[in-house]
Design a protein around this ligand. Structure first.
Ligand SMILES: C[S@@+](CC[C@H](N)C(=O)[O-])C[C@H]1O[C@@H](n2cnc3c(N)ncnc32)[C@H](O)[C@@H]1O
Length: 291
């Protein structure tokens, strides 16, 4: 029976980290799905790792299950999961591929070891979204990166509100921000962001698991980025404004273009004024200055 349009199947192999089975698992998946290594996604848990591949063809999943039953790996568990429309965060991992990001970066999935020739002149940003928002493909993130590019090497301190995978925090740190903070209320995102900082060799980043409304405002940042839905940006505008240093900038994204006029009427963070608009295809970003 064909799968509904929004459904994907995940075949995964899970093992304890300490078991050292990564190589055997990747070899199995590469042999079972020739040419599909790019689509193998690693998810790290506290003590275990999971390697997943995705397909919309039930016959292919059945073949993988059968092959694994014939060639089991001791200490490895196989599972099949049906991902429906609501599991969008898992599903888009399947489509994650190397891509340009902003002026300088090429995003490479964590699991891709070979640097593509197209990346030779780029800075590599290693990413494993691991279930968090922020693969670099979404227009709202890309608009944010266009704004960050304006401050390359000039923002001393950077705050990423709703950091998701931590992609913007990583980019800001690689661009030279000396102090980098990220905050997210979702523990999965917090884990992913911390890991992505580590993957890129960033040791001075600080990722907090908190609701932005609870962050103390003693600290101020030269550049604050907030990629939220409009309603949340409006709800948290005073807090976000208070975290922006005098003479600093606030970049907001996540506003649908249709909603932009209404957003601009309702978003008046104290002490900030609109400097520049970044209209995208379906979304818009806005840059504010505090001074
Ligand atoms: C659209 S994602 C942005 C991810 C990433 N910064 C990017 O630009 O791709 C928004 C993130 O904000 C987080 N979030 C939503 N409401 C929040 C709140 N009140 N405080 C902190 N984080 C929040 C969500 O968990 C999600 O990870």
């Amino acid at each position: 029976m064909p799968l509904p349009k929004d459904t994907t199947l995940e075949f995964s192999l899970t093992a304890r980290k300490s078991a050292g089975l990564e190589k055997s698992i990747l070899q199995f998946l590469a042999a079972a799905r020739p040419g599909a290594q790019g689509g193998i996604v690693t998810t790290e848990f506290k003590t275990r790792s999971r390697w997943s591949c995705y397909t919309r063809r039930p016959a292919q999943t059945r073949k993988l299950v059968k092959l694994f039953a014939q060639n089991p790996i001791r200490g490895v568990t196989a599972a099949v999961r049906r991902l429906d429309a609501g599991d969008w965060r898992d599903r888009w991992l399947h489509y994650f591929r190397p891509m340009r990001f902003g002026r300088d970066f090429m995003i490479l999935p964590d699991w891709q070891k070979k640097i593509p020739s197209a990346a030779k002149r780029c800075r590599i940003l290693r990413l494993d979204p691991a279930g968090a928002f922020g693969s670099g493909a979404h227009e709202t993130t890309r608009l944010m990166m266009r704004m960050l590019d304006l401050f390359k090497g000039r923002a001393r301190s950077f705050l990423d509100v709703g950091t998701g995978s931590g992609i913007l925090a990583v980019a800001a740190a690689l661009q030279g921000a000396r102090e980098v903070w990220g905050v997210d209320l979702d523990p999965v995102s917090v884990r992913a962001a911390r890991r992505n900082l580590r993957l890129n060799g960033i040791r001075h980043g600080k990722i907090l698991c908190a609701d932005i409304s609870r962050l103390p405002v003693r600290k101020k940042f030269n550049l604050v980025a907030a990629n939220f839905i409009s309603a949340d940006l409006i709800a948290h505008q005073e807090k976000i404004a208070a975290l922006t240093a005098f003479g600093g900038y606030l970049a907001v994204s996540g506003i649908s273009r249709r909603n932009a006029p209404d957003f601009l009427k309702r978003f008046h963070p104290a002490g900030l004024r609109l400097k520049k608009r970044f209209p995208g295809r379906s979304w818009a970003g806005f840059l504010y200055f505090k001074g």
